[in-house]
Every structure is written in C-alpha cells, then in structure tokens.
Design a protein around this ligand. Structure first.
Ligand code: GLN
Length: 279
C-alpha cells in the first residue's frame, strides 16, 4: 500500500515535469528550421566582392562574372536568407579584398581566399569550403625545373598579395619573385619566357592548362602548402558568419554544393576555351 502510493507519487511527478517541459517549448513556437527563419540577426543585403581573374572560381566570360565561387555565394545567400547588394557581386584585384573588408567597403568576399592566421587577425572567415594548395608550373617542354629546389636563382611569377608570394619569400630566398595584379599577366610571363616558373594555387594552374593555356605548361614537384579557402567577412559580424556556415553545411548536405562542384571541376578537362558551355 505504502509502496503503491509512492509509485503513484513518482508517476505524478514525472507527468508534471513532462507537462511543464511541453509548455516551455510551446512558448517559443515550433520553428526548428535552419538559419533562414530569423535565428540570426541579419541585414537584408550585404556588399559582396570577388576577384575577376581566378579560373574556375571567378572570372569574366562574355562580360559576365561566373565560376564556382560565384555560384556558391549566390546559393549561400539564398539559403541564409540575405540579398546581395544591388544584385551584383563587385570585383577588385585580389590584393584589394582584405583592405576593403577591413574598411567595410565590402562585407563579404569570396575569392578563392586561403584561410591564414595573419588574415584571420584582421577579418573573419567562414568554415573552409574548398581544399587547395600551392604548386609550381613551368613550360611543358622544360626539364630543368622539377621542384622547389630548382627555383633558386630563377625568376618566379606569382600574384600580388597571395600566399604564394609569401611562401616563396620564406622558402626560396634565392629566387627573383615577380608579382602581378592579374593572372593572365602571370601566365604570359611564363609563356613569353620573362619568368621561369609560376607558383600559385594548384586548381587554378590545372584549370588554366586544361583550357586557355592549351597544354603549354605542366605542373612539377608537389603540393607545397595545403590551404583551405574560406569566405571572408568584415570582423565583428558573428551572426553573419554563423548564418553563412549554417547555409554552407546545408548546401553540402542537400547536394547543391556537389552540383556546383561537379559543374566546375569535373568537366574542366579540355573543351571550354571558347566558353561554349550553356547555362
Ligand atoms: N588562394 C590564394 C590566396 O589566398 C590566391 C587567391 C586568388 O588569387 N584569388 O592568397
């Protein structure tokens, strides 16, 4: 009898707790959908900037800015529920992107930008969205440069403000480093012989060789520094960073990321030098 009463008491207690818990949650509504539903405090639109000379991530084709990064950031904006200011992604030279984020001229940057400690001190980064790294390219018929050790005393072309320039300064002090604003100037320098090699992001060199470069160059040596690309965000926008990260995770889960990836990286071999692919 005493035992039964106690059992009843316990049951009553459990029931009460369950009831209270249910009331508690119903107060906050049922929304358990992701970022788009006001979980984060976002502006309606943000200024987005990219680079215009980094195949196949961002480049101009028939007057239009296209590429992997461009499609990814549009999908992220849609998923996260914010607009792109003026419906237009601005472009600037790569070395202008971080200063622009620091001054607030741009709020979001997607530009194949490698996440580094130094940069993370002055801007915020999203989670990594692409695994990359830097490599060496030389003219296809050249056999005297087969790796980093052969760059000593040589002229190496790369791009201003990028991780490759820093890597060369630290690791090949004997090389002459020529840095250009635009990638077509970098590849031209190798092709016309004013530079012996290019050091730069591997996916960019590979894509260039397979398309516009038409096999004129080859990659030698190894991947000298693994790097992850991240989306850059003006420091102090925690909610925007979180919303972008949530959206990126959703796009990875629902197949959108793969779709965009396959479009730009699986058919990269060979045939798009005239920019014939349809949208
Ligand atoms: N990933 C390189 C960097 O961040 C180059 C990027 C680019 O040229 N767009 O330095």
């Amino acid at each position: 009898m005493v035992k039964d009463l106690r059992k009843l008491g316990i049951l009553f207690f459990v029931g009460l707790v369950t009831l209270l818990a249910a009331c508690g949650t119903s107060d906050e509504g049922d929304s358990d959908t992701a970022s788009a539903d006001g979980e984060y405090d976002l502006e309606d639109t943000y200024t987005v900037v990219s680079d215009n000379s980094f195949v196949p991530f961002e480049f101009v084709e028939d007057g239009e800015l296209v590429g992997f990064d461009i499609e990814l950031i549009k999908a992220i904006a849609e998923e996260a529920g914010f607009g792109i200011e003026n419906d237009e992604i601005e472009t600037t030279n790569f070395d202008g992107i971080i200063p622009g984020l620091q001054t607030g001229q741009f709020e979001i940057a997607i530009a194949g930008m490698s996440i580094t400690e130094e940069r993370a001190e002055v801007i915020d980064f999203s989670d990594p969205y692409y695994e990359s790294g830097i490599a060496i390219g030389v003219l296809a018929d050249r056999d005297d440069i087969n790796g980093l050790e052969d760059l000593d005393g040589k002229t190496v072309a790369t791009r201003l403000g990028t991780t490759s320039g820093n890597y060369l300064r630290e690791n090949v002090p004997g090389a002459e480093i020529n840095e250009y604003e635009q990638m077509d100037q970098v590849y031209l320098a190798v092709e016309n012989g004013s530079a012996d090699a290019v050091m730069y992001d591997l996916p960019n060199i590979e894509y260039y060789i397979a398309t516009e470069g038409n096999g004129s160059m080859k990659v030698v040596g190894e991947l000298y520094q693994a790097e992850d690309y991240g989306i850059g965000i003006t420091a102090g926008n925690e909610d925007l960073v979180a919303a972008i990260n949530d959206a990126l995770a959703t796009l990875r889960e629902n197949g959108t990321y793969d779709e965009i990836y396959n479009k730009w990286f699986s058919d990269a071999e060979g045939d798009s030098e005239e920019g014939t692919e349809e949208d």
